[in-house]
Design a protein around this ligand. Structure first.
Ligand SMILES: Cc1cc2nc3c(=O)[nH]c(=O)nc-3n(C[C@H](O)[C@H](O)[C@H](O)COP(=O)(O)O)c2cc1C
Length: 196
């Protein structure tokens, strides 16, 4: 009998400790996001050619516990730097919107959509323009994030506004492409006060 009580006490203590640890982890995960984000359904949708924007997208996804969606064109862009630069220039000048490989089914269920893109020729990459033109973002909050090689957001925000005139576009943030793997603090600080 004494032995049973002893075993039960140990099990109860273990369960208590496990419960406290789980709670601490949850609190830690959500401690650095604004109350607004915590209470909303959030999506991170991004396009990335060389991985920088994907890295920031994953950091946002991990901190906010949001869903994540990669915007992929049917035709991949060339790996050769000059070839992609030339193709992007042509597409942007023609306002071309490449068809996408994957669609998102339940966009209406999201309140806040983080939209990520590399800065290509001073604006969002064409697949992101396709994404923004495909769905109805009326009344939704769009938070743009851009990775760049020196020209920050460029005209990305005003171009997003033109594509989504009925969305609430706020708190955009740009990240140096060369520093994305050490941007955790910058991402956390930004998310603490987002959306404003
Ligand atoms: C086609 C192309 C055009 C670019 N144009 C610009 C630009 O106008 N301004 C800038 O700061 N960086 C520019 N860059 C650099 C990218 O914005 C930067 O490397 C970005 O972090 C890449 O993101 P990704 O790895 O997610 O594709 C360009 C890169 C490419 C491939």
């Amino acid at each position: 009998m004494k032995k049973t009580i002893f075993v039960l006490s140990i099990v109860t203590a273990l369960l208590l400790v496990m419960g406290i640890i789980t709670k601490m982890n949850f609190a830690q995960k959500n401690s650095n996001i604004s109350k607004d984000l915590e209470n909303k359904k959030n999506l991170v949708a991004y396009f990335s050619h060389t991985g920088n924007t994907r890295e920031i997208a994953n950091q946002i996804h991990n901190i906010t516990d949001s869903d994540i969606f990669e915007i992929k064109p049917i035709e991949d862009y060339p790996n050769n730097y000059q070839a992609v630069v030339d193709q992007a220039k042509k597409e942007i000048n023609l306002n071309y919107k490449p068809a996408l490989k994957t669609q998102i089914k339940n966009i209406e269920s999201y309140d806040v959509i983080f939209v990520g893109s590399p800065n290509w020729w001073g604006t969002i990459a064409p697949p992101v323009a396709t994404f923004l033109s495909t769905y109805n973002f009326e009344g939704k909050t769009i938070i743009p994030f851009i990775t760049h090689g020196g020209s920050h957001m460029g005209r990305s925000v005003s171009d997003i506004k033109t594509l989504c005139p009925t969305a609430y576009i706020t708190d955009s943030h740009s990240f140096w492409g060369s520093s994305v793997y050490s941007a955790q603090n910058e991402v956390s600080e930004w998310l603490e006060k987002t959306p404003d």
